[in-house]
Ligand binder design. Structure first.
Ligand code: C2E
Ligand code: CA
Ligand code: CA
Length: 774
């Protein structure tokens, strides 16, 4: 008996300890475990008292408490099992019936004091008499002192106990069958424990042992429950999970012992390092990281990026090496983590490329170019550099005429040419705007010829061009390297704006005043509309005189009466407006002025005088010249022969057929077309033959040259002869002296214009001189 008391006391202490720990836990299952432990603690204590007390009343009380508490225990055990096994009781009947039978059993047992229907406890009388069946005896030493006799209801109590126990048993059994092998342990152990306890209990019921020792089993069962529900994390499960994680993650993982032997490599590592088993791990890792095998064992944790080429494909890995120490800080080995960053790196590279390169041409975009220039200038403080910018003339026209695809091809070609010519290591180039490119080039690597020839090579994609592809380049010599890069490129573009001969591929250099010119250009361009509106743009007339000295007409020359700049001749503004196409605006205005004058003269009976207006080559690009002029003549009901049109031969530079058609159209409409500035530029005598004009206007350059130059005189004379033979009258301009008049008259020149006869004057002055006189 003593051993039972000792064992039960020990277990009671352990149970109590578990109960206290459970109470402190936050786990969801803790209240369930705690109920079980509490209702386990009660019967065990009552059992100990039972074993020690010789008093019948005490024993009876203890038996009552024992039976009630074991019933409650069984109920809570079932509740615990539901929770532990995660069994959801959908129908409430089971729980209701459990509660009902438990309550019934508790009340019945408590009523034993009144009805004595569960058990009877009596003191031993010392008389040896036949005892009823199942009577149990409690011993003190070897002396029986208490008799316990189960009565009628006791069987019902057993059935109720069996029912409650059965619920727990079936719950656990089902869970054991259903759950993964990994988890089965935690259910099997508890199932086994409660089964053994139940069998032990049954043994107690069917033998006549006076004290229920199965309570010890119940206690152990309680401790198991505590352990598995509160403390236990199955190591197999943990191992299995670790293994699954290690094998399923995409990173390669390798473990090394202290001698750098690879003791584990997951499948990703096998693949990354191209090996069949882990034993090669360390060598393979070294070959990936490109390191020498380190002799000393004292290596450090580190991270690096490595790459490996396989079948021509590059793979990029981030490799991390970590030392591993035990609790005492002693090195136990190391592990490596290999992350395949190939895709991420390539994606990042692509994004970086897209952010820094021009989509169409694949060369640097503006931002990247500026940055690259800044880097080169910073890294080469003692070298001298140029900024070169390029621009295609009339790119919009090229785009409109030949289409986007062709224009794109052209731009790609320019980019490629930059690539071909930019051989110096410090050269940087990129695309700055639609048709604008820029580059940084070292002074010693620069030669104007490279750019000129490159620009001339550009149109080589297609030689049958009616619009020539003309490129201009502007060069800015960097003096102040701290200047914003954008300002450097601005200056190169300002240089482009200063290109004089626009019909050729030219390189221009930035000069300080080019900037002022650009600003001036911007200013007058902005002011033009307003100037026309407020009558600041005025026509001046310069008389044209016949051989006989009679004024036959006048050339209309534009003047700008600027409120701040004063009276401006065309040189101050026309070339700028010509470049940006605004000249068409001013020309149309002057033409209309001329028409208005002619109309008035017509009414005043001065129909003998004609007016000759200038048409810029650019007008043909900007507007439909014949339609505008014909429209004006109709509007003012003019005699069309009184409006002469001065066209320079330079319009014949391109689109010859079209220009010829235009000239023919104007002549057929009744206008007199003069070829202006003949001999100044590209003229060949041949052109005279092809160009159907009514009058030839000799450029004043001849007169400047003729003073002492016999050769020029001969050419002039030849031109006049040729014109005469074609039946085209000749007018000479820039006539300043009587000698010139004589010479020209001798050569057969028909008309004269020049300061000798008259300067360009205002309309009023012209009318005063010429209309009143006649
Ligand atoms: P242009 O068509 O050759 O006009 C003749 C220019 O020579 C005029 O200069 C005139 O003033 C100048 N000139 C006339 N006689 C003499 C002379 O004896 N000696 C010298 N040294 N010069 C003389 P202006 O008016 O300054 O015009 C310059 C150019 O501007 C014109 O050359 C013409 O190409 C252009 N221009 C003038 N007005 C217009 C216009 O309304 N529309 C267009 N498109 N161009 C115009
Ligand atoms: Ca003219
Ligand atoms: Ca002229």
């Amino acid at each position: 008996m003593m051993w039972f008391v000792v064992a039960a006391s020990l277990l009671a202490v352990v149970t109590f300890f578990c109960l206290v720990r459970t109470e402190r836990s936050d786990k969801e299952i803790a209240p369930y475990v705690s109920h079980c432990l509490f209702w386990l603690f009660i019967p065990i204590v009552s059992n100990i008292v039972l074993s020690l007390s010789p008093d019948v009343t005490v024993c009876r009380f203890c038996y009552t408490v024992f039976f009630i508490s074991t019933t409650v225990l069984r109920y809570y055990l079932a509740e615990f099992v539901f929770k532990y096994c995660n069994i959801e009781i959908k129908k409430p009947y089971l729980r209701y019936s459990m509660i009902a039978v438990t309550a019934f059993d508790i009340i019945s047992i408590a009523m034993n004091y009144v009805f004595s229907h569960v058990f009877r406890v009596t003191a031993d009388t010392g008389i040896i008499e036949p005892l009823p069946d199942h009577t149990r005896m409690l011993f003190e030493g070897d002396k029986v002192h208490i008799h316990f006799e189960p009565l009628g209801y006791y069987k019902i109590h057993l059935i109720i106990s069996l029912f409650l126990f059965g619920v727990s048993f079936i719950g656990l059994l089902i869970k054991c069958i259903k759950t993964s092998k990994l988890y089965r342990d935690r259910y099997v152990v508890i199932l086994t424990a409660i089964t053994i306890t139940a069998v032990w209990d049954a043994f107690h019921v069917f033998t006549n042992s006076p004290v229920d020792r199965s309570i010890l089993g119940m206690c152990l069962c309680g401790i198991f429950i505590y352990n598995y529900a509160m403390e236990y994390i199955p190591s197999v499960l943990l191992d299995e999970m670790k293994k699954t994680v290690l094998y399923s993650i995409s990173d390669g993982i390798l473990f090394f012992d202290e001698d750098r032997n690879c003791i584990f490599a997951n499948s990703a590592a096998m693949l990354q390092l191209d090996m069949k088993d882990a034993s090669m791990g360390f060598e393979k890792l070294l070959s990936l990281t490109g390191e020498e095998r380190e002799k000393s064992k004292d290596y450090t944790s580190k991270a690096m990026t490595c790459s490996r080429i396989e079948n021509g494909e590059e793979y990029i890995y981030d490799v991390e090496l970590h030392k591993l120490h035990d609790m005492q800080g002693k090195l136990i080995g190391s592990f490596a983590k290999i992350t395949d960053t190939t895709e991420r790196t390539k994606r990042e590279e692509l994004n970086r490329y897209l952010a820094t390169h021009d989509r169409l041409t694949g060369i640097y975009n503006t931002d990247r170019l500026y940055e690259a220039v800044r880097e080169v200038l910073r890294d080469n403080p003692d070298k001298d550099f140029y900024i070169v910018a390029s621009d295609i003339k009339e790119f919009k026209l090229v785009n409109d005429r030949y289409g986007r695809d062709y224009a794109d091809k052209l731009l790609i070609r320019i980019a490629n040419l930059f690539g071909d010519k930019a051989t110096s290591p410090t050269t940087r180039y990129g695309r700055i705007g639609s048709d604008k490119f820029g580059c940084l080039i070292e002074k010693k690597a620069y030669s104007e010829q490279i750019f000129i020839s490159a620009m001339n090579e550009v149109p080589n994609i297609d030689r049958n061009l009616t619009i020539p592809i003309i490129m201009h380049a502007g060069v800015y010599e960097i003096e102040d390297k701290s200047m914003p890069i954008s300002a450097m490129f601005d200056r190169a573009f300002i240089a482009i704006a200063s290109v004089k001969n626009e019909a050729e591929c030219k390189v221009a250099y930035y000069e300080e005043n080019a900037r002022d010119e650009l600003l001036w250009g911007q200013k007058i361009t902005e002011q033009l509309d307003n100037a026309i509106l407020h009558g600041q743009i005025v026509p001046y007339l310069q008389a044209q005189v016949s051989c006989e000295g009679k004024v036959v007409g006048a050339e209309v020359l534009v003047r700008w009466n600027h409120p701040e700049e004063g009276f401006m001749p065309p040189v101050k503004f026309l070339s700028i407006l010509e470049k940006n196409g605004m000249i068409a605006k001013i020309d149309q205005y002057i033409w209309e002025c001329a028409c208005r004058i002619l109309r008035r003269w017509k009414f005043e009976g001065r129909e003998d005088l004609y007016l000759s207006v200038n048409i810029s080559p650019k007008d043909f690009y900007m507007i439909d010249v014949p339609s505008v002029i014909i429209g004006l003549a109709e509007k003012y009901e003019l005699d069309r022969s009184k409006l002469r049109l001065e066209i320079t031969e330079s319009i014949m530079m391109n689109d010859i057929d079209e220009k010829l058609k235009t000239i023919v159209r104007l002549r057929e409409a009744g206008f007199i077309v003069e070829m202006d500035d003949f001999g100044s530029g590209y003229s060949s005598l041949n052109m005279l033959k092809d160009m159907p004009v009514d009058v030839l206007k000799l450029d004043m350059i001849f007169l400047k040259d003729t003073e002492n130059n016999e050769r020029t005189k001969k050419i002039m004379s030849l031109i006049i002869d040729l014109a005469k033979s074609l039946g085209v009258p000749v007018i000479a301009e820039g006539v300043e002296t009587v000698e010139q008049v004589d010479l020209l008259a001798k050569m057969g020149c028909d008309y004269f214009q020049g300061y000798y006869f008259a300067r360009p004057v205002s309309l009023e002055e012209y009318e005063q001189k010429n209309l009143n006189a006649s």
